[in-house]
Design a protein around this ligand. Structure first.
Ligand SMILES: [Zn+2]
Length: 568
């Protein structure tokens, strides 16, 4: 990541203080086409909640993107993954920052500023903060074109509104200029009952899935009743409920997330979730908000209407006892789910839970009490031996996990790769004799997912930060990225719109790439989805030109292709 401070920060007085968020102002639409959503705020995505809205662009790129209010461009980032080409525009008068991601390109002075920074860095990927007076924009000004850059899988605009002071993303629909036609109520799919410990940990194998039916608009379950065996219940724990539901807008069939979910016991609200605000620091706790295993196994998205004591997501409004329902055998309980979309279309599911007579569960599992064979989220851990070093802080994971620490032939197995990890932690392994001669080419390799982590060497050990459980070993990457021209040398490059090369790296991954024509840097973009680097052709004089293309991986293996092109 390259950070440039291009000039001294000079705040004009109007921008000195961010005002509180103004939800009511007359903002401009970020696009000049009708807004149809492919995704909404708070949708459950892998490892994060969706922090904006996805606006459809007719499957095409190149629609105008407009600043929603007066302000200034505060940050520009260009990256081959994530948000791709993205603009952040601060609106100090309104307390908000608007974000326009996956752009095809920027426009006017913003484009010029970006290219200048990229040429200074001699690299396509930049992430720069812009002083308040440098790139002023007006409400409705065209600042870029919609695209498909970065980790976008189809052309669209990912649009966010953040509270400037906290950088928390806010639900853009709270700003009433974005009114989307919606008369369809959320669709309810599946109900799940979990047996829980007092901390909200799920007791494995004690899980009941109940299909939800819809008869003429009324949601219900079979017999309107779920029978719970007495051994689900325990003295201090209880049960928790999960619900899978989705929503659709009128103009599209895209499956979107729900806005508000309430679980009630008789007349009391047990648990509420509402998608008004997210916090990037907490967003990864989606892995404890949703039923992670159900998602991993069958891509079903189940919201849990209870939480563990460590869950700090800002989406829960009211809850009694973290949503954990204490049940008594031979009693029954009247429950109601009320699930709504943003404009208030709602779907109701009412049912009875009957705890059957019998003997309750003894609280003796590793989920109820500390057990030597398990690791617990509320503890920090250090494991060291002659063969490995592991260091985890508190809250690195969400629920108790089996303590698996095994080493054999230089391979360390730590934990179960199916369990989610919240915070990065350190793995260290001694460097084997065989690869000591290649100390600067070492990577920490994770078998599951074929991942490489780059770390540091210290006293013949190699340490790297990881965010997965699984099987780790040290390896070396001595192979430079592969590069191959996608144009014929005999072609007059000016007859092409761009020069492109295919690019691949086997282990550590691509870190740097650049193109030089006659020794002068030219902007080269990397599109990881197509494994391609490309440059648009500059005006070249007729005659012979030297071209040099450089690609480097994360441990410094470099490939250079030098060639000549003839311009007629
Ligand atoms: Zn998006």
């Amino acid at each position: 990541m390259i950070f440039l401070l291009r000039s001294i920060w000079i705040f004009s007085t109007a921008f000195a203080v961010n005002k509180p968020v103004n939800y009511k102002a007359e903002y401009n639409s970020p696009v000049d086409i009708p807004i149809i959503l492919a995704g909404n705020f708070g949708e459950l995505r892998p490892n994060h909640f969706h922090t904006g809205i996805d606006i459809k662009t007719n499957g095409k790129e190149g629609y105008n993107l407009c600043s929603i209010a007066d302000g200034y461009v505060s940050r520009i980032k260009t990256s081959s993954n994530g948000y791709g080409k993205v603009l952040y525009v601060n609106h100090p008068e309104f307390g908000i920052t608007s974000v326009y991601a996956h752009c095809q390109n920027f426009r006017g002075k913003i484009a010029d500023y970006t290219v200048q920074a990229q040429f200074e860095a001699q690299f396509y990927e930049i992430d720069i903060e812009i002083p308040a007076n440098a790139l002023l924009v007006k409400r409705g000004e065209i600042i870029g074109l919609s695209g498909n850059s970065g980790s976008s899988t189809a052309p669209h605009l990912h649009f966010e509104i953040r509270e400037t002071t906290t950088e928390n993303p806010l639900n853009p629909l709270l700003f009433n200029f974005l009114q989307i036609n919606d008369s369809r109520a959320p669709h309810l799919e599946q109900l799940v009952v979990y047996a829980l410990s007092a901390n909200g940990y799920r007791i494995p194998e004690k899980r009941i899935t109940v299909p939800i039916k819809n008869d003429k608009g009324r949601y219900h379950i079979a017999n309107d009743t779920i029978d719970i065996p007495a051994h689900f219940c325990s003295e201090h724990g209880g049960i928790g409920l999960g619900l899978s539901a989705h929503d659709k807008y009128n103009a599209s069939e895209n499956v979107c997330g729900i806005y508000k979910g309430i679980l009630m016991l008789n007349q009391d609200t047990v648990h509420t979730q509402i998608m008004n605000r997210m916090d990037f620091e907490a967003s990864r706790q989606i892995n404890t908000h949703k039923d992670y295993e159900a998602y991993k196994k069958s891509r079903v998205k189940i919201d849990k209407y209870f939480r563990t004591t460590h869950n700090t997501l800002p989406i829960y409004e009211e809850n009694i006892g973290n949503g954990i329902l204490g049940l008594q055998p031979d009693h029954h309980y009247a429950l109601t789910f009320s699930i709504a979309d943003f404009v208030g279309n709602s779907s109701i599911l009412a049912f009875i839970i009957r705890a059957l007579p019998g003997v309750i569960r003894e609280e003796t599992t590793p989920y109820d009490q500390y057990h030597i064979d398990y690791l617990y989220p509320d503890s920090a851990y250090v494991f060291t031996s002659k063969k490995y070093a592991i260091k985890l802080g508190k809250n690195s994971f969400y629920e108790p996990v089996k303590r698996i620490v095994q080493e054999a032939n230089g391979k360390l197995t730590f934990g179960n790769s199916a369990d989610p990890v919240h915070s990065p932690f350190i793995i260290g392994l001694p460097i084997p004799e065989l690869i000591k001669t290649h100390k600067n080419k070492i990577i920490l390799y994770l078998k599951e997912g074929n991942k490489a982590f780059i770390g540091i060497e210290e006293n013949n050990w190699y340490y790297a930060e990881v965010r997965n459980f699984g099987g780790f070993s040290l390896d070396i990457d001595t192979i430079a990225p592969e590069l191959k021209a996608k144009f014929k040398k005999t072609t007059n490059p000016q007859s092409l719109k761009k020069l492109s090369w295919s690019i691949m790296d086997n282990m550590s991954g691509i870190k740097y790439y650049a193109l030089f024509i006659n020794g002068v840097y030219q902007l080269l973009e990397y599109e990881h989805k197509r494994n391609e680097v490309f440059a648009s052709i500059v005006e070249l004089e007729p005659g012979k030109h030297q071209i040099k293309i450089v690609a480097r991986d994360k441990v410094g293996n470099e490939r250079i292709i030098e060639d000549e092109i003839w311009v007629q």
